[in-house]
Write a protein that binds this ligand. Structure first.
Ligand code: RET
Length: 280
């Protein structure tokens, strides 16, 4: 023991108040996490394989889309092995007439690894759609940053305390950011796609419409699961699993197959993409 002359700090209380309920993943949830991990690995291999069949100049969507499923595979591996999850110790206030408020606690698992995944993959999904529509750099930047704000404020909401503005306050901020994203796709994206060609406009309308439907289900699942705690942790894992498979592998396959058949979807980044800077 090295004497330092400093006073000993007061120890932190060693036990948190006992929760009345502990909501955590069970067998079905854990199995689902492994199944989606495998789906994401297979999708990554398929997308990488498809990229080798086209020249480098046509590979931008393939590379972005493969990275999306690789990030998802990594995040699902973490969650399936029990990483990237924390316990939210939720304080619930009970108000009574004439007597002071009382509190009980509910513990619930929060898989924060999802939010790391979404912070990286939703901007890449937006990039796919933006390049397809032919959005300009200014609009792409704003859509991507609004999207990152949406995910990170959603993460704060997931750990927010009940009965304070934290939880639903962060949720509201996230929803406003989501509306900014929707605005960019539905208004600017659609107009730009129309300016490219009729074929691109039709394809953009279907794939962006599909994206909006699937993405809008996420805040609904969040509200029922983390928000109102009406859905179990297993139910939440399964709901996000279905959405993630639609938003990543299904979206990706649709985009890459259509891209291979429709040359108007090509992205022109000048000589840079295929040849490097300073060589034309
Ligand atoms: C949260 C909660 C806060 C409010 C909103 C949300 C939106 C999340 C979205 C997620 C999309 C994820 C995708 C994953 C890919 O696999 C953070 C749930 C608006 C839109 C597409």
């Amino acid at each position: 023991i090295i004497p330092t002359g400093k006073p000993t700090p007061t120890p932190l209380p060693s036990v948190l108040p006992t929760p009345v309920d502990y909501q955590h993943a069970g067998h079905d949830g854990k199995t689902t996490l492994w199944v989606v991990f495998v789906i994401m690995v297979i999708a990554s291999a398929v997308f990488a394989g498809l990229s080798w069949r086209v020249p480098v100049s046509k590979r931008l969507y393939h590379i972005i889309t493969t990275l999306i499923t690789i990030f998802a595979a990594i995040s699902y591996f973490a969650m399936a092995t029990g990483h990237g999850v924390a316990v939210n110790h939720i304080k619930i206030r009970h108000t009574h007439n004439h007597v002071p408020d009382t509190f009980t606690y509910v513990d619930r698992q929060v898989y924060w690894a999802r939010y790391i995944d979404w912070t990286l993959t939703t901007p890449l999904l937006l990039l796919d759609l933006s390049l397809l529509a032919g959005l300009n750099g200014a609009h792409i930047l704003l859509a991507v940053i609004a999207d990152i704000i949406m995910i990170l404020t959603g993460l704060f909401a997931a750990f927010g305390s009940e009965g304070t503005p934290q939880k639903w306050g962060w949720y509201t901020i996230a929803c406003i950011a989501y509306l900014v994203v929707v605005w960019h796709l539905a208004v600017h994206g659609r107009a730009q796609a129309q300016a490219r060609s009729n074929q691109v406009a039709t394809f953009f309308a279907s794939i962006a419409g599909f994206t909006l439907l699937v993405w809008t289900a996420y805040p609904i699942v969040w509200g029922l699961a983390d928000g109102a705690r009406k859905v179990s942790v297993d139910g939440e894992i399964i709901a996000y699993a279905v959405l993630d498979v639609l938003a990543k592998p299904v979206f990706g396959l649709w985009l890459l197959i259509t891209h291979s058949k429709m040359s108007e979807t090509n992205v022109d980044l000048g000589g840079f993409w295929a040849h490097g800077l300073g060589r034309e």
